[in-house]
Design a protein around this ligand. Structure first.
Ligand code: ADP
Ligand code: MG
Length: 573
């Protein structure tokens, strides 16, 4: 049960709606029980009165009005209860999703949660949804049920102590027994149901995403079969679930029947020591109606297994500690955006070799450094340290003379523009895809930037409203890269980090982009990663990385003159 604690805390904010929901549920139940009880007694009492002299004096009006009133209260109460409690639950779920997302976002670069996309989606949707059971199916029915039994007992005791207490005690016993029994019975099936539901979703998504590939390799039917297997497992879980629900309700109705017989037997000699009279009907109908209190909890506790499994799956994310945490306070620095690495060593969590070893780099504000090196030499890792995707294991990274760990996240993101090796195109319009870098950019500004990176052809027909990404126009590798560069131009931060921005571009476009950098990025501090050794004489320094270490560092001309490794690489091109 401890799994549920983080979620119960969220309830505090919505205590009013949630409690009001329970009060209304209670009123509805009471109106409902009152209706059956009063009308049962009323019909018997009128019949008895009709047969005797009392027909002259019997008050038909008051109980008649009571029945009418209870019927209306029941309808209005049920409506009100549904509106209030569902409203509160939906708000709670909204909060819970935001809470979950806030916890999830900082975990994404790290290794703390290694969860696949489809599974994560399932957690965000289905497992969060399962949390509404806690209030709607468990907390509310139990509290309302217990309170209702106490009140019903008190009312009946006013007529007859023995009868009232007997009914109350047996109802309480059932209220305790049913949850315990059916939680036990439904537990393992409920757990399996949650996991199999997730499994079916993951498999279906896998199949959908890889459909063309699977078809081309003739593996489509095999994958489809695994979806069907997962579905069959889920169906059998649902079958067991329905069986247990049916059993819970059936047994409760059976218990009701026996309890009715017991109450009739006890009341047969008269209620409250009187001669047998219509109050016997009141007792009988009260017993029948009392099961309305228990019905909601009959099968509810077999959901507890599912809910707890969902809570556990959410907790794997919520309770995980991010590898990188940012301070909330921003650091005060002057506007000289230098970058400095002091003996920076970094190893990926599951790697044997460090990706970067005792790296020392000093890039004064406004200087431009080109980083070259073979694939796997640690170039991209260097940028990941400067963007705090990861933290160094030893040594430090400094921006503008302050340790990067003292920068707040917003401040760091404002100060750095990045063109990463893999540019993600969002499922959205061309405008969405660019204005993410500068939300207040005007259409003219965006169009201008598009022209600068040679993408004006995207800005035709439907203009900036053209749909890109999934379900829209697919961009080529070179076009994506240029979108990345356009974003960096819009973002316009003082530090610019570029990871092979000209890879996949033809010679002419490469030249265009390079001259664009020269004109647009003057005065910025730049790290430019490339494996193409062209135009590097325009950089202040070139750094040659090999196996995570700086092999050579200096101006292009110096390195050529030294006739070392850089010279060799330059010759072979
Ligand atoms: P480059 O950008 O120079 O091609 P990277 O910086 O991407 O090289 O990678 C440097 C080394 O770190 C490589 O050996 C690579 O396999 C390893 N590496 C990169 N990313 C990860 C990761 N997320 N987890 C583990 N190892 C990684
Ligand atoms: Mg790389």
């Amino acid at each position: 049960m401890r799994e549920l604690l983080p979620y119960l805390k969220l309830y505090k904010k919505h205590w009013f709606g949630l409690s009001l929901g329970m009060v209304l549920a209670f009123c509805t139940l009471f109106a409902s029980i009152g209706l059956l009880t009063l009308s049962g007694w009323f019909i018997s009492a009128s019949a008895v009165a009709g047969l005797t002299i009392a027909r002259e004096t019997f008050n038909y009006m008051l109980p008649g009005a009571g029945v009418r009133g209870a019927a209306m209260a029941r309808t209005a109460g049920r409506w009100g209860e549904r509106v209030v409690s569902h409203n509160a639950t939906f708000k709670l779920l909204t909060d819970l999703r935001i809470f979950f997302f806030r916890k999830l976002a900082p975990l994404i670069p790290g290794k703390a949660v290694n969860i696949r996309d489809a599974d994560m989606l399932n957690r965000l949707v289905a497992d969060v949804d399962a949390m509404d059971h806690v209030y709607l199916r468990l907390v509310s029915p139990i509290i309302v049920g217990a309170f209702g039994i106490l009140c019903l007992t008190a009312v009946l005791c006013w007529f007859d102590m023995t009868l009232g207490l007997t009914l109350g005690a047996i109802l309480m016993l059932l209220l305790v027994l049913w949850p315990v029994i059916f939680y036990r019975l439904g537990k393992s099936n409920g757990e399996a149901l949650t996991l199999n539901k997730a499994d079916l979703r993951i498999k279906t998504l896998d199949w959908l995403q890889g459909y063309s590939e699977l078809t081309l390799f003739g593996a489509e039917s095999r994958y489809r079969q695994s979806i069907i297997d997962a579905q069959n497992k889920l169906l059998s879980n649902q079958f067991v679930h329905a069986k247990i629900s049916g059993m819970a309700q059936g047994l409760l109705i059976l218990a009701n029947g026996w309890l009715l017989i017991l109450m009739l037997w006890l009341a047969a000699d008269g209620v409250g020591g009187n001669q047998p009279d219509p109050l016997i009907a009141l007792m009988a109908f009260a017993t029948m109606a009392s099961f309305e209190l228990l019905m909601p909890i009959a099968g509810a506790f077999q959901y507890l297994g599912q809910t707890l499994t969902s809570a556990k799956r959410l907790n794997e994310v919520i309770l995980a500690e991010p590898d990188v945490t940012f301070p909330t306070e921003s650091v005060s620095h002057d506007s000289a955006f230098s970058i400095k690495l002091n003996n920076a060593t970094f190893r990926y969590p599951d790697a044997n070799q460090p990706a970067l070893r005792e790296l020392n780099l000093d890039i004064p504000s406004g200087h431009k450094l080109a980083v070259v090196g073979q694939t796997g030499s640690g170039k991209s890792t260097l940028l990941q340290l400067i963007t705090r995707y990861w933290d160094v294991n030893e040594g430090s990274v400094e921006l503008a003379g302050h340790d990067i760990r003292s920068w707040s996240e917003a401040q760091l993101r404002q100060s750095t523009s990045i063109v990463s090796q893999k540019v993600d195109i969002l499922n959205g319009t061309l405008r969405d895809n660019l204005s993410m870098a500068k939300p207040d950019a005007s259409d003219e500004e965006i169009a201008q930037v598009l022209a600068q990176v040679g993408l004006e052809h995207l800005n035709q027909d439907s203009g900036l409203d053209a749909w890109l990404g999934e379900g829209g126009r697919q961009l080529s590798g070179g076009e994506k890269r240029r979108v990345g560069i356009a974003r960096a131009l819009l973002h316009d931060a003082p530090i610019l980090l570029l990871d092979e921005p000209t890879e996949g571009l033809d010679k002419k476009t490469e030249q265009q982009i390079m001259s664009l950098f020269e004109s647009k990025f003057a005065g910025k501090t730049v790290i430019f990663i490339t494996h193409r050794l062209v135009n590097l004489d325009t950089f202040d320094k070139v750094c040659l990385l090999e196996d995570g270490e700086v092999l050579e560092l200096g101006h292009h001309d110096e390195l050529l003159a030294a006739q070392g490794r850089y010279f060799e690489l330059h010759q072979t091109l």
